[in-house]
Structures are given as C-alpha cells and as structure tokens.
Design a binder for this molecule. Structure first.
Ligand SMILES: *Cc1c(COP(=O)(O)O)cnc(C)c1O
Ligand SMILES: *[C@@H]1O[C@H](CO)[C@@H](O)[C@H](O)[C@H]1NC(C)=O
Length: 335
C-alpha cells in the first residue's frame, strides 16, 4: 500500500512508542537541520531563553543566534556517561525558559541514555514547565549495552518535539529529508497554538524534494535488517579499535567508550605537551604535520578537548590514531 510520506514516518516512529502518532504529528523537513531551524524559530520570542547541552552540536548555537534566543548551557557529565546534569538545569531555568535540547544518541559524546535517565529528564522539564527538543538523528545507531529509547516514550509526562532524518541511519546525508514530530499525546502543543505556529512557519519554507518524499516509504519498509546490522557492527568495531588506540596515546584521556553515534570526546592533557597552546593549536599542528583532522573541543563548547570521529575505514582510523600518537610523542614534554 502506498502511504503519504509523513504517514510512513509516523508508522516508523510508532514502532517504538507506547501510543500512536498520526500523520498530522509529522512535519517533513529538509533534513534534521531544518527541523532544528523550525523548532528554534517557533519557540523564539523577545526575552526567551533555551537550554543547550555542553558539549553540543554547534548548529543549535548558530540558529539560536539567528532567531534571537538567549542560550544557556547545562553540562553533560563525562564521569556519568555524559548524562545531563539535571540539578544544574533547575538552577539555569527561569520563567522565560522555553525548552531544553537533548541529543541522543549523542553527538559529540557517543553516549546513549538509559530509559531511567530520559525519564528523569522528562520529569525535570515538566517541573520547569518547558518542552523537550529531542534530536534523535542518530536513533538506533547504538552498539553498546544500551538500546535506543526515544524521548517520545515520555511524551505524556512532557511535550516533546522529536527531530530526526534519514541522513545518518540510512547513510544518505545528501537526501534532504528529515522530520519534526510533535510527540505529545496530551495535545498540549495543539492547545497552546504551537502546532499552528509550526504549520505557519513551514508554509513559508521549502519542502524536501518530492523524489525523496516519494521514496521514503520504500526506504523505511524495504531496507534489510542486514544493512543496519552491518553498519552497527562496523561502527562497534571502529569504536572499540579507536578507544583502545586512544588509551595508548599519552597526552589524551577518553572518559567513556562510545556506545552510539559516530563520535567520541577525549580530553587533552596540555601539561604533557611542550609547545601546544590549546585544542585549536593541537588540531592545526596535527593537520599540518600528520594530515589528520580532529575537531577542537572548543567548536562543541569544551575547550582543550577533542572530538574524534570513528566513522571511517578501520585501516584509516588506525593509521590516523597512530599518527596522533607519533605527534603527541614528538611534542611531548621532555622530562
Ligand atoms: C548530522 C546532525 C544533524 C543534521 O542532520 P541532517 O539530516 O543531515 O540535516 C542534526 N543534529 C545532529 C546532532 C547531527 O549530528
Ligand atoms: C596530566 O599530566 C600530568 C603530568 O604527567 C599528570 O601529573 C596529571 O595527573 C595529568 N592529568 C590528568 C587529568 O590526567
């Protein structure tokens, strides 16, 4: 049976939810990036602020700046598997706070949140009277001990705007199709006019290419389980190899083995390095001397950390980390 593309996405998401979304809950966007744009734009109003994770995905900061939303950051705690520091959230929020963002599985941390932790996030948001924006663009890209749990499972505790796309799980980042979904079984977003605002904003935006809209049902229904298993096993192998090799590099520490997404955060120990000023200096010199690119932590909000992606060919990953090790040795403090 041929389904409308938003219906196909609703049915896909319903596989993991305790209630049923309808096609009217699903808004198709130009990838997850446009879903972020829509979510932040419809929430913006003079004086409003929004809570973002640190480290985070920098596009959120840029978008908030464009629509004049004040940003406040809460920390993700490396010692607790990069969980949200919920106490900090309570002290950051005030009557002008509109929402908090949760990226799960996490970019840049490679973390996957448990059911219990997500439930606590939902309860905290409810207590503060704010929405949760759940960026689930890495949904199901997990390969550790924890299964992916969508934030929408807690939609009856607090209204959730779920953002996603086909870019990452199906590895088609150029096929610009994503979604913003009101996972809100109590209809709070409808009653408060948020749904109308979302519709109004999308009325003046471009839609995803019709060719891809036409293919999304096929993509969702006919991608073989094998494809996903293969990707997950590749990512797991790369995460394991990457983690092991990082342990061998004296000037960095890696607080947690990644369990999802395609990234891991490692902390630089500058006191072990001779002529490296900070994370940016490290990355620039590493690129120049070893042709290895890692992202300076400051780009995701954590100075003197590095974000390493392991979503590359295993042999290239091993080579890259060997070069990073050689670089650290060469620049290591001579005792
Ligand atoms: C890649 C990414 C996006 C953007 O996804 P697209 O579907 O390619 O637009 C959004 N959020 C996070 C956290 C990402 O890593
Ligand atoms: C950083 O390196 C110094 C010098 O070797 C060491 O004393 C210190 O414990 C290290 N810090 C961390 C956080 O690993």
């Amino acid at each position: 049976m041929h389904l409308a593309p938003n219906r196909a996405v609703a049915e896909y998401l319903n596989r993991d939810l305790p209630y049923k979304l309808s096609e009217d809950d699903v808004y198709l966007t130009l990838g997850c990036l446009q879903a972020i744009e829509v979510a932040l734009t419809v929430l913006a109003r003079p004086g409003a602020n929004i809570l973002f994770p640190r480290p985070g995905f920098p596009y959120y900061e840029s978008r908030a700046a464009v629509c004049g939303l004040e940003v406040r950051h809460f920390d993700l705690v490396p010692e607790r598997g990069w969980e949200v520091d919920l106490e900090a959230i309570e002290s950051l929020a005030d009557k002008n706070t509109v929402a908090m963002v949760v990226v799960n599985p996490g970019n840049p941390c490679g973390c996957v949140y448990s059911y219990e932790h997500l439930k606590k996030v939902a309860e905290t948001a409810k207590k503060l009277g704010i929405l949760v924006i759940a960026d689930e663009v890495y949904a199901h890209l997990t390969f550790g001990s924890k299964q992916f749990v969508p934030m929408g499972v807690f939609g009856s505790i607090v209204p959730v705007l779920t953002l996603g796309s086909i870019s990452k799980r199906w590895i088609v980042p150029g096929w610009r199709l994503g979604w913003l979904v009101t996972t809100d079984p109590n209809g709070i977003l409808l009653k408060t006019g948020m749904v109308d605002t979302i519709k109004g904003y999308l009325d003046i935006s471009s839609d995803p290419p019709t060719v891809i809209q036409g293919g999304v049902q096929q993509l969702i229904e006919n991608t073989k389980e094998d494809f996903f298993l293969k990707i997950k096993s590749l990512l797991k192998k790369a995460a394991d190899t990457g983690y092991d090799r990082l342990q061998d590099i004296p000037c960095v520490t890696c607080p947690m083995k990644p369990e999802g997404s395609m990234f891991v955060m490692v902390k630089l120990n500058l006191s072990k390095l001779d002529d490296i000023e900070d994370d940016v200096d490290f990355c620039v010199k590493l690129a120049r001397e070893e042709s290895v690119i890692v992202l300076p932590g400051i780009a995701v909000g954590l100075k003197n950390w590095l974000r390493v992606t392991f979503a590359i060919e295993p042999s290239a990953l091993e080579d890259g980390l060997d070069r990073m090790k050689a670089f650290c040795k060469r620049h290591g403090k001579k005792q």
